[in-house]
Design a protein. Structure first.
Ligand code: KIV
Length: 254
C-alpha cells in the first residue's frame, strides 16, 4: 500500500470529513500549512483565478509545475494534490512523464478529469505506482457551452455511467475520487459503495470530504459558484476564515 493510501485510510477511519482547499502560491500555502486542512490542491482553476481567463482550457503543464513549486515551499502535514492540465495526458506515456515531473516537486498525488477514453492513461499511472485521484461529473476541461455547467447524474443513463466509472476506477486502483456537481443521491451512493475516499464539490454533504476553491471561501473570486460561502465575512483574518471552513467540514459526519 502506498503512503498516500495509508494517510487517506487514516482520514477515512477518523470519520470526520476530509477538507480540501485549492492553493496556487507560497503565501497562501503558508497560511494553509498552519491550518488543519487535510489536502491542498494546485488546481487548474488557476486559469480563471490567477490568469483571469474564462476557463481552464489554456493551462499548461509548465504553469502547473511553476505553481506547484511555489506551493510546495510550505508543504507540511497535508497531502499535496496537483491537477494534470488539459493536453498533459494525451497518451499514457506522455501522461506518466508529466505526472512524474509533478511528483518530483514534492506533490503526493495527481488528479485527472476522467472520461472513459482515459482508462489506459489511468492504468499506466497505476502500473507506475503514481497515486491518482479521478475527477468525475462536471469536467471543466471538457466543458464548452454554458449548458455543460449543471448537476450531473440526475437521469438514469448518466447516473449509471458515473457510478460505473467510479467502480471501475476503484478496481483499477485509484486512491481517491472527486465528484464535481454530481447529484447528491448519486454522490451518497458512490461514497457508500466504495472503499476509497470520495470528496465532493457542489455534490452535497454525503461524501467523505469537501473541496473548495480558496478564493471562493475568502470572498475574492469574480464569479463564485452558488454552493460556496465567504468565510472571511465575520472573520478577523484569512487564517480564521480557512479554519472556519475546515471546522465546518469536520463537523459534517458520514
Ligand atoms: O481546478 C480545481 O480547482 C478543481 C476543483 C474545482 C475541484 O478541480
Amino acid at each position: 500500500m502506498n503512503n498516500i493510501k495509508k494517510k487517506l485510510n487514516k482520514y477515512i477511519e477518523r470519520k470526520d470529513q476530509i477538507s480540501c482547499i485549492t492553493c496556487y502560491d507560497a503565501s497562501f500555502c503558508k497560511i494553509l500549512s498552519e491550518s488543519n486542512v487535510d489536502i491542498v490542491l494546485v488546481g487548474d482553476s488557476l486559469g480563471m483565478i490567477i490568469k483571469g481567463e474564462e476557463n481552464t482550457h489554456n493551462v499548461t503543464i509548465d504553469e502547473i509545475l511553476y505553481h506547484t513549486n511555489c506551493v510546495s515551499k510550505h508543504k507540511k502535514d497535508f497531502i499535496l494534490m496537483v491537477d494534470m492540465p488539459i493536453n498533459s495526458y494525451s497518451n499514457p506515456e506522455i501522461a506518466v512523464l508529466n505526472a512524474k515531473k509533478i511528483l518530483d516537486i514534492n506533490a503526493d498525488i495527481i488528479k485527472i478529469e476522467y472520461k472513459d477514453e482515459h482508462k489506459n492513461v489511468v492504468e499506466n499511472f497505476i502500473s507506475k505506482n503514481i497515486p491518482v485521484c479521478a475527477h468525475l461529473g462536471y469536467l471543466p476541461q471538457f466543458a464548452h457551452k454554458k449548458e455543460d455547467t449543471r448537476i450531473y447524474g440526475k437521469d438514469e443513463a448518466e447516473h449509471n455511467q458515473i457510478f460505473t466509472q467510479a467502480k471501475t476506477l476503484e478496481n483499477l486502483g485509484v486512491d481517491m475520487i472527486l465528484l464535481e456537481c454530481v447529484d447528491s443521491n448519486l454522490s451518497k451512493l458512490i461514497t457508500d459503495s466504495l472503499n476509497i475516499p470520495v470528496i465532493g464539490i457542489g455534490s452535497g454533504e454525503n461524501c467523505n470530504g469537501q473541496v473548495q476553491v480558496l478564493y471562493d471561501i475568502i470572498g475574492i473570486s469574480n464569479n463564485p459558484p452558488g454552493f460556496s460561502k465567504d468565510y472571511l465575512k465575520g472573520s478577523k483574518s484569512v487564517a480564521e476564515a480557512i479554519n472556519k471552513f475546515c471546522n465546518y467540514v469536520k463537523e459534517i459526519k458520514y
